[in-house]
Ligand binder design. Structure first.
Ligand SMILES: [Cu+2]
Length: 466
């Protein structure tokens, strides 16, 4: 009897320890690294959130005009979306004990663009398991006539009703579907490639510049590429892919901040350093690091509790690992892992300046695929040629040569955003990769590396000029 009780006690103890240790770290991973069981659980949590109404409460907050205006095209775009995502993640975790350790997956389209240029996949749906697993873009069960979300209509788009979208409701209006583009005939564009992503993180000299670069591209580019509800500035969170996309954008903020810490150490926690935080004016309102995070929505009261304990000033959100009980880290591998570790030196001939860098609690795996090696060798070949030919600003040349590969060697074409998209998102410029293509072709910004087509031939079996 005693032995039996002892065993029972041991089992109970193990169970408690197990439950606790399973949640000790809040680590977000790429969807591609989710197990089948992880994926199933995440989709079930999204479905539950839709059924219970919280999903659409978060949608309502993002769709509020004043909130939306502060959250986009401003200096705090990255921080506002960071707290929005953490609140959403807290909500998912609260839905039932089985979801207590759930974290948001990120959509690793930087890696998928490597798969695309390596011709392992063609369209965005074949490249990205997250798009397929979250319902894809083909099924329209049942025939779904209602395509309005919060008064926004989506003429010409199919309303996709595969799980988990069949549970989608906006308040009491249960559409049971979400409008999506034709993902099986949509292709990646170079704005989503490692080269542009790296440039967007590292070419600015202040936080506002970096924020603007990340927001324009890759962020806006991905919204436009996915199309349908995702291309709507206000109601894009109707599509669960939104959260995967924005988790990736948050990864970029995390990489930027980590590399800044490598560079300037403790000062990276000082919010009056403009590399760390930079204010701006929205409407007539000045936003500083001390400003309270702006959130307005008639349904805010339903979800307010999910933001409890979080820093509610923008300046408190600079470091994801310092958010109290909601602190979190990332598991990064492939190209994002390389970017995190090597920062500006990633994919160059330079050595990373800080070899003893700590990962600050993030889990980082080195790049280890043949495709990754080929890509890095292609980059290094361009760096070598530039050195030989004494050509400066090599990253610009790398980008230009890649744009030509996308245009002439891969299934898609390099195009601009649609006019309607630009208008709603307040984008005044041509998509960066399209602007680059035009400038190469009209001779205003030609590729300066003389043997660039043979470098493309060597690594990608295609010259890229025709
Ligand atoms: Cu947004």
């Amino acid at each position: 009897m005693e032995e039996f009780l002892f065993k029972l006690l041991c089992i109970a103890l193990l169970l408690i320890l197990n439950v606790e240790s399973a949640c000790v770290s809040r680590t977000r991973k790429a969807w591609d690294n989710y197990s089948a069981a992880d994926k199933k659980l995440f989709i079930k949590a999204i479905t539950t959130a839709m059924d219970r109404g919280f999903y659409s409460d978060f949608l309502a907050l993002h769709a509020d005009q004043m909130t939306n205006q502060q959250a986009h095209n401003t200096c705090i775009f990255l921080f506002w979306h960071r707290i929005f995502l953490v609140g959403f993640e807290n909500m998912l975790q609260s839905l039932a004990p089985e979801y207590a350790c759930i974290t948001l997956p990120y959509y690793d389209y930087i890696q998928h663009n490597l798969d695309y240029i390596s011709q392992r996949c063609t369209d965005i749906q074949s490249c990205s398991s997250i798009l397929r697993d979250l319902g894809g873009s083909s099924s329209t069960l049942p025939a779904a006539p209602l395509q309005t979300i919060r008064s926004y209509s989506f003429p010409g788009f199919r309303c996709i009703a595969s799980p988990p979208l069949n549970h989608f409701c906006d308040g009491t209006d249960c559409m049971g579907c979400v409008p999506r583009g034709q993902w099986t005939s949509t292709y990646f564009n170079p704005d989503l490639n490692f080269n542009r992503v790296k440039q967007s993180i590292f070419s600015g000299t202040s936080m506002a510049m970096v924020t603007a670069a990340i927001e324009l591209s890759p962020h806006d580019s991905m919204h436009d590429t996915l199309s349908g509800a995702m291309a709507n500035l206000f109601v894009s969170p109707a599509d669960p892919v939104f959260y995967g996309h924005h988790a990736t954008i948050d990864v970029l903020l995390t990489i930027y901040h980590k590399c800044l810490v490598d560079d300037i150490g403790q000062e990276a926690a000082v919010v009056d350093d403009q590399r760390v935080f930079e204010g701006c004016t929205v409407g007539s309102r000045a936003i500083t690091a001390a400003s309270r995070v702006f959130m307005r929505s008639s349904r805010l009261k339903n979800i307010q509790k999910f933001f409890d304990g979080l820093p509610m000033q923008y300046g408190g959100l600079i470091d994801a690992t310092k958010l109290g009980n909601s602190s979190y880290t990332y598991e990064l591998s492939g190209l994002l892992g390389t970017l995190f570790t090597d920062c500006k030196a990633a994919g160059t001939r330079q050595r990373s300046s800080r070899k003893l860098t700590s990962a600050y609690g993030h889990v980082v795996h080195p790049l280890s695929s043949d495709d990754g090696e080929t890509f890095m060798s292609w980059r290094r070949a361009i760096f070598d040629a530039a050195m030989e030919q004494k050509i400066p600003n090599v990253e610009d040349e790398v980008e230009k040569i890649m744009v030509m590969l996308y245009e002439f060697c891969l299934p898609g074409k390099v195009t601009d955003y649609s006019d309607a998209f630009k208008k709603q998102w307040g984008i005044a410029r041509v998509r960066p990769s399209k602007a680059l293509l035009d400038a190469i072709q009209d001779g205003t910004n030609p590729i300066r590396i003389s043997n660039w087509t043979s470098i493309n031939e060597k690594y990608y079996q295609c010259p890229g000029n025709k």
